[in-house]
Structure formats: structure tokens, C-alpha cells
Ligand binder design. Structure first.
Ligand SMILES: *[C@@H]1O[C@H](CO)[C@@H](O)[C@H](O)[C@H]1NC(C)=O
Ligand SMILES: *[C@@H]1O[C@H](CO)[C@@H](O)[C@H](O)[C@H]1NC(C)=O
Ligand SMILES: *[C@@H]1O[C@H](CO)[C@@H](O)[C@H](O)[C@H]1NC(C)=O
Ligand SMILES: *[C@@H]1O[C@H](CO)[C@@H](O)[C@H](O)[C@H]1NC(C)=O
Ligand SMILES: *[C@@H]1O[C@H](CO)[C@@H](O)[C@H](O)[C@H]1NC(C)=O
Ligand SMILES: *[C@@H]1O[C@H](CO)[C@@H](O)[C@H](O)[C@H]1NC(C)=O
Ligand SMILES: *[C@@H]1O[C@H](CO)[C@@H](O)[C@H](O)[C@H]1NC(C)=O
Length: 528
């Protein structure tokens, strides 16, 4: 093992010396269709999910819960015009429209997935290395009717069970899709120099005046407004989310999803913004975030949420939901969120913490393990060799089993550009973030990974651009995994931010996102 490591170390050294001058010029590129949200001609879509990331039932008159707002700005004449690509007929399409538009589906879940592809075709922008379609806004309610048993359990058919406090449901129909309304993007302002549009809605179906739902007590509500000055700056996405006693567990994210394949948490082909799917350890995510209202003590505000999918044997997911596992990691910045991983509650700690110098610390090492850096870890429901003690993740909230690793602001994350102190980036502290998500996500524990070779090639690229000193290192880690399986490449098909307000009524979260980008080294393109 030592000799293999030495050899690798030598290779990297040789490579980095050779590569230095080449890299210095063209060091990185954007992985997404609209780097920094600067393109006037916007592509944005919205999707609604129930607890198990499906539709279940369409809302009467609303169609399937997939909609898009995609347009080009025509400035060829003095009168600027917007050319919309998706009209009301498209956005209102639902299962009752039969095969209109070539969308075929035998049930509403498949229909929504196919409608997303239909909308994606309308919005698609040709680009290199492949076309892209839209930003995806996701709204989800965590209500679950345990008696109806509509959500599979770790990908297998479930059986009804009595209501539990962990699964809110006010009664029959509690898993409904929201009403979603749409203000198409239009030219506004004194000189028609501003672009503005929005999606908004409520889960309270009997509320025929959505504007009332926005302000009254006891009703759920969300809106997302996007705004931009033509030819200048970034799009600015303003988000609101309000929970109610009937809908106390709600999520609202802005996502950059893969443009093809299966995005995190989903078992159908999806459309998105990430024309290159970022891969650990070489990518960074940049954005500006201003949190205006936090959403209460149970608001798990995700500064960064990454989602991917691979099986416990290291193979990529293939829609076989009993063996696929969605993997999530999230940095929660709500300072009211505490560490549940503690020396006296080891089951909520990932078995190992990895320092970037290659040192790994077992969770029983009370002296050195950074317990406060973790909110919780839970293991996939279909894992067979998990180290005791552990808890399994919610078996119902994805079409397949899932693994979740939630981290909190802590000095150990500082070297990746992540917040180090509670309150960093929170209300009153708007920031431009540049997160080394790639290197951080490579260092995180996920069940089944083994012998991770840890190359620090990115800082070389980065520092070269800044004419700083290049440095790098290698570490090799051994982690528990299903025996006889290969280590996995970590691809992140969904990169998003937003909040999940967990079971608490009448809470309001409000935040603003702009300047979003994901960058990858150009070298990666040469390697592939
Ligand atoms: C029209 O828009 C394009 C793309 O944004 C821009 O490059 C060009 O300068 C604009 N032309 C005018 C006349 O504003
Ligand atoms: C949808 O149905 C039509 C007519 O039955 C068929 O021609 C078409 O191939 C189907 N499309 C897909 C994507 O299955
Ligand atoms: C609108 O255009 C006029 C004339 O070009 C200019 O004087 C004015 O400042 C513009 N107003 C805004 C709000 O951009
Ligand atoms: C939608 O447009 C209407 C009319 O311009 C406006 O009053 C309302 O505030 C807009 N709603 C949202 C959520 O943008
Ligand atoms: C969005 O909802 C919030 C909260 O109800 C409200 O204050 C805000 O005016 C709404 N935005 C728009 C554009 O309507
Ligand atoms: C509105 O909500 C607040 C906070 O939950 C509560 O204190 C208040 O009593 C509610 N008001 C009404 C009229 O329901
Ligand atoms: C690795 O980093 C950790 C945390 O900074 C430190 O405690 C440890 O001593 C380092 N190990 C080595 C071998 O440098």
C-alpha cells in the first residue's frame, strides 16, 4: 500500500509540474447553462412533489405539476420583445389531455416526468458539450397518509400503518399537489428595462384567493419572483415559503439539475441546468445568498444541498428502486439547528470524519472527532453491513432508499470555504459564497465507499490563476462498504439551495439568491 501511494505521489508531482503552465491560462469553466445567472433570456421551471417525490393526484384544473417560463429577448428593433416558448396550454397539460404533444403516460406520476421532458424540449438551448433546459424550482410537502400507503418503503411496496407524529396528515387527501399560479416574465419598469416574473401558490386547495393565502394566518403559501435588468448583472430569485397547521412540513429549493439522466431523488429522466454533471473532488459552487427570514427553529436552511445516486455496490443508479440509493449532503446554516451527533448518541454520527490531510477519525475517538460539525447521519434502508450503532433514513421520502449526511458550520469545514461559525451567512449577514463543494463532498463519509484516492489537484489550478503557491497532497482512505465492491465516483446530479421547514406551523422563510454558478476545471474535459 505504501509503495502504491508513493508511486501515486510521484505521478501527481510530475503531472503538476508539467501541467502548471498549461493550466495557468484557461483554468476553469462553468458546468451550467447560464453561468452566474447573467443571461437575459431566462429558462426556469417548477416542479411539485409529494412526500415520496411523486404526484399521486393532480389538482383539478391545474394540470400536471410541471410548468416552465422560457423566453428569448428580441432586441433587434428599438422595441424590445420577449418571445415565450411555453404557453398556458403547455403549462396546464395534465393526464386528461391524453397524448397531446406526444406525452404518453398511463398514470399521473409518469405523466409529470414526461411533461418535464416535453417542456425541456421547448426550452432547450444548444450548447457545448450538450444542450441544457432550465433552472428547476422544487416545492414539496412532507405530508404523508400512512393509512393510504401510497409511498413505497425503501423502494418496495409499503403497507398501511397508523398515523405517527413524524408524518403529518390532516386526513384524506393530505398529500395533495399545490395550486401553482404563474406571472409570465414581462418587461417592466419605466423604460421596459426590467424583466420580472413569478410562480406562486398554496397547498390549501379551498383557498380560492391565493393572495389571501399569502397574508392570512393558517394557510400555506409560496412565491418565487425572478427579476433582472436587461443587459446588466444577475437574475435575482426572491423566495417566500409559509407553513400552516395542515401543511407544517414544506420545502422550496432552487436547483441546478442534470440535463439528462436521473437527478437526485428521482427515478425518471429529468431536465435541468447542469450541462456537465459535477463530480467530486473537482468543482466549486458560487452564489450570493441573503436570508431575510429564517423559517423558525425547525427550518433546515440548506446553504448547499447536493444530491446524487449510486448503489451500495458502487454502481450508478439504473431506476431499479430496490437497490438504487439517493445520497444527500446538506450544510444547514440555521443557527438554531444543533448537533444531534454526540459522543452519547453515536448512531447519529457518520462512522468516520476525514480530515483533508488524510487523517480519519472514528466516531468513538472522543478527543478528536468533531461531533459539532454534524447534525446527523442516517444510513440507507437497504444497507447490509452498516457499523453499529446506526439509524436508517426515512424509508418513504424517496422512491428508493436514501442516505443523508447533514453538516453544520464548524472550523473543520473552513478550508472548503464553508461557514465555520453558527450564524455565518444567516439573517443580516448576506454573502457571496464560493464553496469547494467538490473537495468537501469527496471527504464526506458515505456508506459503501472504500479506498478513496484523494487528489488535491484543484488548488493547483486555482492558485495558478492567482499566481499563488501550488500545493497538493494524497490520502487513501478505507471505509466500510459492502464486501467485494468497487469504490464509487461521486457524481452530483442535483445541486440546490433553499429550505426545508420541518413540522412547524405558521413559519415564514424568505431569501434571495443570485450569481449562481458551478465551475469545474477545464482539465477534466481533457481527461474525459
Ligand atoms: C441585444 O442582446 C445581445 C445579447 O444580450 C447583446 O449582445 C446586444 O448588445 C444587444 N443589442 C442591443 C442593441 O441592445
Ligand atoms: C405516444 O403515443 C403515440 C400514439 O400512440 C405514439 O405514436 C408515440 O410513439 C408514443 N410516444 C412515446 C414517447 O411513447
Ligand atoms: C429611461 O430612458 C431615458 C432616456 O433614454 C433616461 O433618461 C432615463 O434615465 C431612463 N430611466 C430608467 C429608469 O432607466
Ligand atoms: C403577479 O402579478 C400581479 C399583477 O401584476 C401582481 O399584483 C402580483 O403581485 C404578482 N404576484 C407575484 C407573486 O409576483
Ligand atoms: C411573496 O409572498 C410574500 C409573503 O406573503 C409577500 O410579502 C410578497 O409580497 C410576495 N411577493 C410578490 C411579488 O407578490
Ligand atoms: C396567527 O398566528 C400567530 C402565530 O402562530 C398566533 O399567535 C395568532 O394567534 C394567530 N392569529 C389568528 C387570528 O389565528
Ligand atoms: C491532520 O489534520 C488534523 C486536523 O487539522 C490534525 O489534527 C492532524 O494532526 C493532522 N494529521 C497529520 C498527519 O498531519
Amino acid at each position: 500500500m505504501v509503495s502504491a501511494m508513493e508511486k501515486l505521489r510521484f505521478c501527481v508531482l510530475a503531472f503538476s509540474l508539467l501541467g502548471f503552465y498549461v493550466i495557468a491560462r484557461e483554468e476553469y469553466m462553468s458546468a451550467i447553462g447560464d453561468p452566474g445567472m447573467r443571461r437575459d433570456s431566462l429558462r426556469v421551471a417548477i416542479e411539485a412533489w409529494n412526500q415520496c417525490n411523486e404526484v399521486g393526484e393532480e389538482v383539478f384544473g391545474m394540470g400536471s405539476p410541471r410548468m416552465a417560463d422560457c423566453f428569448d429577448v428580441d432586441n433587434s428593433t428599438s422595441q424590445v420583445k420577449l418571445i415565450h416558448m411555453v404557453d398556458e396550454r403547455d403549462n396546464k397539460l395534465g393526464i386528461s389531455d391524453g397524448s397531446y404533444g406526444g406525452i404518453n403516460a398511463s398514470n399521473v406520476d409518469v405523466y409529470a416526468a414526461n411533461k418535464e421532458i416535453y417542456l425541456g424540449d421547448k426550452c432547450q438551448v444548444q450548447d457545448d458539450p450538450r444542450p441544457w433546459q432550465f433552472w428547476m424550482i422544487m416545492v414539496k410537502s412532507g405530508n404523508m397518509d400512512t393509512l393510504a400507503a401510497t409511498c413505497p418503503q425503501n423502494g418496495k411496496k409499503s403497507t398501511p400503518f397508523p398515523p405517527e407524529p413524524g408524518f403529518p396528515c390532516f386526513g384524506l387527501g393530505c398529500m395533495n399537489m399545490p395550486l401553482i399560479f404563474h406571472n409570465y416574465t414581462s418587461l417592466q419598469g419605466d423604460n421596459d428595462s426590467n424583466l420580472k416574473g413569478s410562480f406562486y401558490g398554496t397547498w390549501d386547495l379551498n383557498d380560492d384567493h391565493v393572495s389571501k393565502a399569502a397574508v392570512s394566518n393558517g394557510t400555506s403559501y409560496f412565491n418565487i419572483t425572478w427579476e433582472k435588468e436587461i443587459g446588466k448583472g444577475s437574475w435575482v430569485f426572491h423566495h417566500f415559503l409559509k407553513t400552516s397547521s395542515n401543511y407544517p412540513w414544506l420545502m422550496l429549493y432552487l436547483r441546478s439539475d442534470a440535463t439528462e439522466g436521473f437527478s437526485g431523488g428521482y427515478h425518471y429522466e429529468t431536465r435541468g441546468m447542469s450541462k456537465i454533471v459535477p463530480k467530486s473532488p473537482d468543482f466549486r459552487v458560487k452564489f450570493r445568498l441573503e436570508v431575510k427570514q429564517g423559517g423558525g427553529p425547525n427550518s433546515q436552511f440548506y446553504l448547499m444541498d447536493i444530491g446524487g445516486c449510486w448503489k451500495n455496490n458502487g454502481r450508478p443508479c439504473d431506476r431499479e428502486v430496490t437497490t438504487d440509493v439517493t445520497r444527500y449532503s446538506e450544510m444547514i446554516i440555521n443557527p438554531e439547528t444543533n448537533s444531534w451527533c454526540k459522543p452519547e448518541s453515536l448512531k447519529l454520527c457518520p462512522p468516520y470524519h476525514f480530515f483533508s490531510n488524510g487523517t480519519k477519525i472514528h466516531r468513538t475517538d472522543k478527543e478528536n472527532y468533531p461531533y459539532d460539525a454534524y447534525h446527523l447521519w442516517c444510513a440507507p434502508g437497504n444497507a447490509e453491513h452498516v457499523e453499529e450503532p446506526y439509524i436508517l433514513c426515512d424509508p418513504y421520502s424517496n422512491p428508493q432508499a436514501q442516505e443523508i449526511l447533514q453538516i453544520l458550520p464548524h472550523p473543520v469545514w473552513g478550508e472548503y470555504g464553508y461557514p465555520t461559525r453558527k450564524g455565518d451567512g444567516w439573517i443580516g449577514d448576506p454573502r457571496n459564497w464560493e464553496l469547494d463543494v467538490g473537495r468537501l463532498s469527496q471527504a464526506l463519509y458515505f456508506y459503501q465507499v472504500h479506498s478513496l484516492v484523494f487528489l488535491r489537484s484543484w488548488p493547483l489550478v486555482w492558485d495558478a490563476a492567482k499566481l499563488g503557491i501550488a500545493y497538493y497532497f494524497i490520502g487513501v482512505f478505507h471505509v466500510m462498504q459492502d464486501p467485494g465492491t468497487k469504490p464509487v465516483e461521486r457524481h452530483w446530479t442535483s445541486i440546490d439551495l433553499g429550505t426545508e421547514i420541518y413540522i412547524s406551523s405558521d413559519q415564514v422563510a424568505e431569501w434571495i439568491v443570485s450569481d449562481f454558478d458551478i465551475v469545474v476545471p477545464k482539465l477534466r474535459m481533457i481527461h474525459e
